[in-house]
Structures are given as structure tokens and as C-alpha cells.
Design a protein around this ligand. Sequence first.
Ligand code: CO
Length: 305
Amino acid sequence: MPRILSHVGLRPLLFVLLLLAALAVHGTSHATDAAPKEGILLVAFGTSVPEAQPAFKAVDAEFKKAFPGSPVVWAYTSQIIRKKLAEQGHPVGGISDGMAQLAKDGVKVVRVQSLHVLAGEEFTALERAVLLDVSKNPGRFEAVFMGRPLLESKPDAQELLAAILADTKGQRNKNTALVLMGHGQSHGRADLAFEGVRSVFKTADKNIHMATVEGARSFEDLLKELKAAKVKHVVIAPLMLVAGDHARNDLAGDEDDSWATQLKKAGIKVDTHIKGLGETPGTAAILVRHAKESTDDLTKEPKKP
Ligand code: CO
């Protein structure tokens, strides 16, 4: 008898609860009617070096702060790194995985943000991958905005330099040069863009010297410049989003062919600043600005001038 009573007693309560739930769902769907749900896809080459993670974490935090309530999804373009991370039990998807995740989250407007330093080969591949994904899934999103890489304009370079100078200030006096290692590439336009950045940096501080690990401007070019300027003391730092393998080994490693070893061999005192740009205060703000400012909707025809 008591069992039947409680059964009967629960039913109206359940009904009220269901009604309330339905009203709540109706309420939120109304709220999203006004502005389509926005989501962020952050795209980087990727890293499997654990010490490089703080840079990505800092960027992630800045985006979540700038886009409250919007899902922030990551995609790594490097298949080798994705495979490695999956084997370690920390899988990160590629671009189409990220787009599918955002669709699943109910996102209607995607803001893809490149975390590349310069618009080189990898950025071109990113644009192509997003376009392919859009064409394979027509109508999935209302808009897919493409945010340009970190250094896209002269003001970007000036803003980044201010951040780097502030962050390395404590390690330099007027006789300490700053040596920056960019990535560069064997072919493509990033090397040319790098020369533009180098010019902006050098105009602001002639005690900055730059070269690339894989690009046209080599360590030999750098050493020649340092010798001509009679530099005796340098702070070396990566001009890369994360301080991964290149920063820790090619730049600051103990191997004979690292920049640090070769600089010391040339009689130059070397201090290190092994920190990715992502964790340099002020840098992620440039990326957020690019994400917010983008009007380049890849689902539509380019705007006619
Ligand atoms: Co590389």
C-alpha cells in the first residue's frame, strides 16, 4: 500500500519537472535564436614536447576569456605529432575533426584562428583544408571566418616586438644583443615575410639579430652580422609560438651544431630565454584580435571591392 501511494505521488512531480525542463530548453533555444552560436578552432602545427605546453595553455586561456561561452577546439596539422600524442593517450584532432566537433557542439559561426607566426606554406595548407571541409559539408555552418597568422601587418610586428622587449628586459643591458630564431621554410613566401619582420624589429632596436632554423636566412648570416657588430653578449630566444624541439635543441641545446654552442665557440657569452611566444604576455592578444577582426568568410564569395 505505501508503495502504491508513493508511486501515485511521484507522477505529478515528474510531470512538473518535465514541463520545467521543456520550458528551460525552449528558453535557451530562444536566446540562441538572436545570435548564432559561435565557436573557435585554434590551429597549430602541434607539439609533443611537454615543456612546450604552457604556451598553448596560455593561448587557450586568452581565447576562452575573449569568447566566453563559445567552445574553443584545438586542431594540430602535423600527422606525426597527432599520432605520437594519440599513442601517449592525449589525442588532438586534425582540422576536419575540429570542424565536426564544433558542429556537434551546435556552433553555427566558426572562427578558425591560425596560430602560425607567418603566413607560409602551412597557413596555405590550413586554408585549403578548411575550404575542403566546407565544400564537403555544405550548409553545416552559416559562416567560417579565417583569422590571419600572428604577424600579418607592420603594427602586428611592432606589437609583438614590444611584448618580446618587455619580457626580455631583465636579461639585457645596452650591450646585450637579442638573437631571435625564426622557423623559416625551404620554399614559399614565409622567408620573404620574415625579412619584413626583421626590418621592423631592427628599425626599432638595432641590437636585435635574427635568422631561421630552416629558412633562407641562415645561422652563418647571423654570425657574420654579430661579428660585424662586435657583439660579445647575447640573449637567445625562439621567434616561435611554442618553445619545442627547435628552441630546446637547435637553439639552446648542448649539441655541437646548436646555435648556443656555435655562438659560445665564437667567443660570445650566451644567455637563454626559452619561452614560446604564446606564453609571452601580450602575444595571445594579437591572435585574439585577428580572430575577432576577421571578415573573411570562407563559405562565401570574396567581397567585391
Ligand atoms: Co620545424
